[in-house]
Design a protein around this ligand. Structure first.
Ligand code: PHE
Length: 453
């Protein structure tokens, strides 16, 4: 679920757009501060709650399912635009099979995404294939295949990185990507990096809860919560190193946005022996990584519909897919006929949904998760679930708790306040008030413990 277009498509273009190294340091910092802790939090909720995101929260504490619901909604929205980008990948596979790009990549890409119907049809292919996999219940097979495909993707990435960093003038791009200019770290950069941490790790939207619920009782959650963010970050960094040096070498704009990999990689492949074959293979692997993510996005929504609305799996999958296909249309049109049609905040449909999920729903989901783990869920029960009833040592339990309760809640509140426009003094006061409430709770909790003794 974690590795997907978030790493390969989104991370490089966000880094390009948000000051390169400045974005990368903030991203890495947030992975360390929040990524590991929240990953563990979601997985443990899933395994204990043994249900879809809504049911899992409810099973642990009645009345808290709404947090999961918010996540499911978010997955639904993300899925509706994710398929558009995945559709672009399908198109590129076809293009490389037919012998590569005939025109300048910038033109080819620009004409394609603006062409109206064609990109929509490609996104439908992704919707249908994903639905077929989820329907046939062959996700298990995909999971096994990913054990082979992901390492191959990794090797391909390394080859592309080597080609990219050895292009003339690539050093400029390497510097841009790896040498942070701290003066470029603005609130907007921090908000973008946080949204990307959630997006890339599939956090804040119930995906890791749903997957956690499939994990056997004796699996080691602590280990997984450590490995997943590390691997995910390595792939993202490799993607950045594959793209940005080439961008500079070919004199392209690092701030080009969502099209960045589609205009850069064809040029990199053109500068390689057997570039076309390489292009086919690479985009196929990217499509595979994208499908493992679309499967999990659809799975989150379908497992909710099946568990809570009591629809059978087949009907649920078809119904959700049809609605998604419908919403994919305005998403895709946002790059063509509807590019100037502003929905909210001066953003078009695609950009608005991206803003809504990355900057609002995901941080809200993360904040709720912290509140739930930090204050709602009984500590003993939580600790037992985490340590498999004491079988696994977790000496960092208290540190993790502090991370979730104080760092998590404070940081996520800060970012949310900022995202909704509460800044400066007002923001500082709000954070102090939140902190004081937290201290009060801390005192009350200890009192209760003492009187219980
Ligand atoms: N993490 C996935 C990616 O990086 C996207 C995703 C988010 C998938 C949430 C499932 C749930 O592409």
């Amino acid at each position: 679920s974690a590795i997907g277009l978030g790493n390969l498509w989104k991370f490089p273009y966000l880094a390009g757009k948000n000051g390169g190294g400045a974005f990368v340091v903030v991203y890495l910092g947030l992975i360390v501060i929040l990524g590991f802790s929240l990953m563990l939090g979601e997985m443990v909720i899933g395994r204990r709650g043994k249900s879809d995101a809504f049911g899992a929260y409810n099973n642990i504490k009645k009345g808290w399912g709404f947090i999961g619901m918010l996540g499911i909604l978010c997955c639904f929205i993300v899925y509706s635009y994710y398929v558009v980008i995945a559709g672009w990948i399908v198109k590129y596979i076809g293009m490389f099979i037919r012998g590569g790009l005939t025109e300048d990549p910038v033109l080819t890409f620009g004409n394609f995404i603006a062409s109206g119907t064609s990109p929509i049809l490609y996104s439908f292919i992704v919707v249908v294939v994903t639905a077929a996999i989820v329907l046939k219940g062959v996700s298990g097979g995909i999971e096994k295949a990913s054990k082979i495909m992901m390492p191959i993707l990794f090797v391909f990435m390394i080859v592309i990185v080597i080609r990219s960093v050895t292009l003339p003038n690539a050093i400029e791009g390497i510097k841009y990507f790896l040498k942070p200019d701290f003066s470029l770290i603005t609130p907007a950069v921090i908000i973008a990096a946080l949204g990307q941490v959630f997006f890339s790790l599939s956090l804040g939207m119930g995906a890791m809860i749903t997957y956690g619920s499939y994990l056997p009782k004796d699996s080691n959650l602590i280990k997984s919560a450590l490995y997943i963010p590390i691997l995910d970050t390595v792939i993202a960094l490799l993607a950045g190193l594959a793209i940005l040096p080439a961008v500079f070498s070919f004199g392209l704009e690092p701030t080009a946005g969502p099209g960045l990999i589609f205009i850069t990689l064809p040029r990199v492949f053109a500068a390689m022996p057997f570039g076309n074959v390489f292009g086919i293979m690479f985009f196929l692997l990217v499509l595979f990584a994208a499908l493992t993510s679309t499967i999990s996005l659809l799975e989150v929504v379908v497992s909710f519909v099946v568990d809570q609305l009591k629809l059978d799996r087949k009907k649920a999958t078809i119904l959700v897919s049809i609605i998604i296909a419908a919403i994919a249309i305005p998403n895709s049109h946002s790059f063509g006929p509807m590019a100037d049609f502003k929905v909210f905040f001066g953003l078009n449909f695609f950009d608005f949904l991206g803003y809504l999920t990355d900057n609002i729903l995901l941080p809200v989901g993360g904040l709720m998760l912290c509140l739930f783990v930090g204050y709602v869920w009984d500590k003993e029960d939580l600790k037992n679930e985490l340590t498999n009833d004491g079988d696994i040592a977790f000496p960092l339990f208290s540190a993790w708790m502090i991370g979730i309760k104080y760092l998590g809640i404070q940081l996520l509140s800060l970012i949310l306040l900022q995202a909704v426009g509460i800044t400066g003094k007002k923001m500082s006061y709000s954070l102090v008030i939140i902190f004081m409430i937290q201290i009060l709770f801390h005192v009350l909790e200890n009192k209760r413990k003492v009187s219980a003794v």
